[in-house]
Write a protein that binds this ligand. Structure first.
Ligand SMILES: [Zn+2]
Ligand SMILES: [Zn+2]
Length: 346
């Protein structure tokens, strides 16, 4: 066993504190990764605070992990010591069900094994990326191409793939009009990726505060949703809307912005159920959909695409002692656009 420094939430109501955790001895297919950077995802906060159901404490969250291979198990052939690698939201799945066999491990019929807050194959609770090192089975380790800095790569492992997968699935590309709702951690990645895929990109944000950034990151248009006229002016004008907002929004108003056969896909996860009027869908054969991260092969494809296009996340690097403060800033939307923890400070 390897003892490593980490930051853990001791309960739903206390701040995260420094601690140590054990990482398992390397199995034949395991990779030991020295973590260099760990992104702060909104899901980390929900989980640390038991907002998505009861969490088992103490918990080390973090599923946007970028680092370097320190050691590999005897049967690992895909990775070698010194390789730049990443780990995202899952560290294993059954690998046998129909979905796993199709490369859709995120939709594993037995449930994928989350990077934190789950129980691994060894029966131990999984602990995430707010730590100095992690052991992950080789099939769930991603290669980070040289073209991306490790700090800017970390958020790609959740925010990047969460937006890349639906953009690909619904064919964002030349001639497609894509709207991104929300200009936060997920939204800013959706803008960069949809633009790089060749789509015409519109940001729908509450205000025009981040308009300059949005246009710089690749948006062609930027509208404030606080302005009622936005919904009149843009009616029927998008092929795909990616909703990254986790607060409850007026879905019917957004659905009416879709053209015939358009899709509104939700990647943000509000706590309360959403309601949709059937007549927001029927008159234009519209779809309302959801999407969750991406499979391992698709995540690798996303990283390679980002390297080719020179895309990384817009980040603010912090030391571990600033995590609790960063959480408050994330909740206040006061980050442009992702916090990344320097793992040497754990
Ligand atoms: Zn996440
Ligand atoms: Zn499976």
């Amino acid at each position: 066993m390897l003892t490593v420094n980490a930051y853990a939430a001791p309960s739903a109501t206390e701040p995260l504190v420094p601690t140590t955790i054990e990482r398992r001895d390397l199995g034949p297919h395991d990779v030991l990764i020295d973590i260099r950077f760990s992104g702060i995802c909104h899901s980390d906060i929900h989980t640390a605070r038991s907002e998505w159901g009861p969490t088992t404490y103490p918990i080390v969250v973090g599923h946007e992990i970028a680092g370097v291979v320190r050691e590999v198990g005897p049967e690992v052939t895909k990775f070698a010591v010194g390789d730049r690698v990443g780990v995202g939201c899952m560290v294993d799945s059954c690998r046998e069900c129909d979905n796993c066999r199709k490369g859709l491990e995120q939709y594993c019929l037995k449930g994928n094994i989350g990077t934190y807050g789950a129980v691994g194959r060894d029966g131990q609770p999984t602990q995430g990326g707010y730590s100095q090192a992690i052991v992950v089975v080789d099939d769930f380790v991603l290669r980070i191409p040289d073209g991306i800095e490790l700090d800017a790569a970390a958020p790609l492992l959740c925010a990047g793939i969460t937006t890349y997968s639906p953009l690909r699935h619904w064919n964002a590309g030349p001639g497609k009009r894509v709207a991104v709702v929300g200009m936060g951690g997920l939204g800013h990645m959706a803008v960069k990726l949809a633009h790089a895929m060749g789509a015409e990109v519109t940001v729908l944000s509450q205000s025009l505060k981040k308009q300059e950034d949005g246009l710089r990151l690749g948006a062609d248009h930027y509208f404030a949703t606080s302005d009622e006229e936005t919904f009149t002016r843009l009616a029927g004008s998008f092929d795909l809307i990616v909703n990254t907002v986790s607060a409850k929004i007026d879905l019917d108003a957004y659905l009416r912005l879709l053209a015939v056969d358009g899709t509104l896909v939700n990647v943000g996860a509000p706590e309360e159920p959403l309601s949709v009027a059937a007549f927001s869908l029927i008159p234009a054969r519209r779809s309302f959909a959801g999407s969750m991260i991406g499979g391992i092969a698709e995540t690798q494809e996303m990283l390679d695409f980002c390297a080719e296009k020179g895309i990384g996340a817009e980040i603010e690097v912090i030391g571990a002692e600033k995590i609790n403060e960063a959480y408050e800033r994330v909740l206040a939307s006061d980050v442009r656009y992702r916090f990344v923890i320097d793992a040497s400070t754990f």
